[in-house]
Design a protein around this ligand. Sequence first.
Ligand code: ATP
Length: 491
Amino acid sequence: MGGRDELNSMSTGGKAMIEAGSDSLLNAQWARVRGRLRAEFGEATFRSWLKPLTLAGRRGQDLRVAVPSRFMRDWVATHYADRIKALWTSECPEIRSVEVIVDANGTATASGGLEFDDLPATESAPDDGNGAKTESDPAAVLGADQEGLAGVSATLDPRLTFDNFVVGKSNELAHAAAIRVAESDSVPFNPLFLYGGVGLGKTHLMHAIAHHIKKKQPQKRVIYLSAEKFMYQFIRALRNKNTMAFKELFRSVDVLMVDDVQFIIGKESTQEEFFHTFNALFDQNKQVVLSADKSPSDLQGLEERMRTRFGWGLVADIHPTTYELRLGILQAKAEQAPIEIPGKVLEFLAHRISSNVRELEGALTRIIAHATLVGRPVSVDSAQELLKDLLRANDRSVTIEEIQRRVAEHYNIKLADMSSPRRARQVSRPRQIAMYLAKQLTTKSLPDIGRGFGGRDHTTVMHAVKKVEELAAGDISFAEDIDLLRRMLEG
Ligand SMILES: Nc1ncnc2c1ncn2[C@@H]1O[C@H](COP(=O)(O)OP(=O)(O)OP(=O)(O)O)[C@@H](O)[C@H]1O
């Protein structure tokens, strides 16, 4: 359709009948348009959205089609108006605009000769504010309603795609399940329930699903929103007395994704409404994707019937990140950075900021911003200085076990080798380094440290400390390695 102006161009002043004598021609053209809509959009979409359309009238170059509800009007205007207009123009080149209007009483028919001014509220298809309609963007689609359902679906963040999601052991199940839901024509599991701690990628995966569906199956109607927003919309609908439209909206989508459902626990009426929405979609075999900070069984206060239902599909846990995943995420982000970030700095961050990915990203952003502003290269030193507060918040007091784990990780040996009798250089050297660090970073005595390394004698620890000091004095890269490990472990 030619955009908002065109849709608005139809004057509603003055009475005008459908052009005399053109009824049967108009009806025949309308039948052909409907036939083509059915062929193009498929039976299911046609039945849900296009079949209820009736021809409301024509005046000169302007045509009106009617739908029974405001919600449908918005949906049809946003999704199908362009196509309806194009098909009409091919049937009848004089037609310049097609307007979708609401006719709740079903009084508008093609042959009924309904007068334009007799019709209820007329609205034009919404646009995205730039004059162009964003038909397949759920945010734009659902932002269409002007009677209280505006902005139902949240705007999708273009960065949160599958391409930008780094997969590791801790999130591989959730990622695979999300891909399945996004790619499937049918409903592979219902609901998909993603859960995990703060900032571990639940929202990212939900946006990625929506992006993917929008691209690959644009005919699907998708709503993504937070549970908080669901509640807000529901309360607003209650206040505006349009809960019917609310129900209609949420129960007519192909995919409903609700983020952070723990939010509605204890909010009685919202929970109730959500339960019915969930059931309605479930019964129609429509995909539901939910996220929460805990598994359904651990969501305290959640109604039993909901807990049971949430567990019907696939419950996928996103575990805390591993060092490798954190490093992978940082590397992927650093590749897009405008400046070079040394690998050692990324390793340092991956080791020291283990709370969640959001903080990790924040740290990297800070480093990049700072380096760009002051124009100095990034180093482990400068990163440590810059991120003091964040690092402190992520700090725990260091234990011998922690040191052993980090050092083993760093040198790629088994943790068990820290205590084993093996004397091969590739395990004995890291063991010595760990002993050295234990001496430096803990208050443990030499015999205590020895005990922590498989019951070794305190003289072995002493020897290790000396050896490491000697090596560090003579080999800069070895010294750097030790320094890096120390920083990683330090409070
Ligand atoms: N595996 C990953 N690969 C790339 N980026 C990630 C990954 N996991 C998380 N992120 C990023 O970390 C940030 C936080 O993730 P997200 O908002 O999805 O977390 P969440 O689990 O929804 O957190 P919350 O519980 O606070 O809602 C986002 O910027 C996201 O892009």
